[in-house]
Design a protein around this ligand. Sequence first.
Ligand code: ZN
Length: 478
Amino acid sequence: MGEIIFQNTLTGRKEPFVPLRPGEVGIYACGPTVYDFAHIGNFRTFVFNDILRRFLRSRGFKVTQVMNFTDVDDRIIANAAAAGVGIREYTAKYIQAFLADRRTLNLEEPDKMVRATDHIEDMVALIERLTSRHHTYASDGSTYFRISTFPPYGRLSKLDASGIQAGARVDVDRYEKSDARDFALWKAPKPGEFFWETRIGPGRPGWHVECSTMAMKYLGDTLDIHTGGVDLTFPHHENEIAQSEAATGRPFARYWLHSEFLLVDSEKMSKSLGNFHTLRELLQQGHKPSSLRFLLASVPYRRQLNFTEDGLRQAAGSVERLRNFALRLRQGKFADGPPAMKERAAQAVAEFEAGLEDDLNTARALAAIFDLARDVHTAMDRGEFRWSDVAPVTAALEKFDAIFAVLTDDDAEKLRAMGLGGADRAPGDAEIEELLAARQAARQGRDFAAADRIRRQLADRGIVLEDTRGGGVHWKRK
Ligand SMILES: [Zn+2]
């Protein structure tokens, strides 16, 4: 296998990936701000994080992935107060929903999922450290980071001073600063607002200091990879670097991987345009979890992804084709003889790996598998596919699914787990096998009416049965 290459936002170049400690990778992923349900733009980034994690693990790395929940900010404080509940109670609902959404999309659990509000003491300690090194100043009870004390500022986002000024106005806050670029590490409470009483005064942490604190607490002063959506590059990640490096004097993150925007029908997603989708809404409209995962994974993370109905339907078709391919491999009858496709399968695996090595080029990796499927179908149709080919081709599919995770037909179960979807939806593999066993038993008991009923029920739900001469049965999805 070849070298892994990542496009590093920090250097602006494609670079070989070499972790700090051989065989181990520490990754920090900026997680959701839990004041609402996550939308598909968020999930694009989380699917990218999952592909990254699965790929590095498949290459033998011991991966430690840390993700945060931003469970305190202005909106959360205001919304919780309006709802008359504490912020932990207010955010718990959205954290639970986020975890359920993640399971629905087959996202593996990061090794640590940490809440900002569990780390207030650590954040205060980091701010004190910055103060002792003369990087801060206090104003009206808040503490600010003085950017003029950190000359490398701007290295990640490559914005010149004017860009930074413009960007700083986006980072709205109503406190007094001596330089527009400076940002709040600790914010004094407004009258009547929730706060923590701490050694640096009453208040709450700024968003940026949360991520620096938790990243370094769990992964050390220097981490291998920091990920996030491209919109976090400035000011969030720039500020994380400033705080972390000013406090430790060491490099903070070695590789910065940013996933591009998700557009909906070629426009930026926004509530006012009415093109704002949460995962739940799309599932309620009848889309399958596997189609969503496939679509989000299929476009390389550094490219913009244009999310459309049509794209979702195509994704559903692609998943169906691959599942039917896997079924044909499992159920087909092939001639004995020396393998005819073993080399072809090895070539597909090599190309699949080469695609992922190339800055996680998922489109290239997918093409390798679809090309293999096409060639294998052709060989099967011509009677040139052998029993001895099943194992190498299946192994190639397994390599694919270890990363893309769409082959297991559990969409129906997933929808039920989310409280969506009724019995009329397409059944999963396990349910089909159960119904087939029941039908077989009915036939053996010569209850042909019952056997027929099961066949009709399956047909209504999109499953076609084909009895074979030997008394067995094949099935496929319409
Ligand atoms: Zn962050």
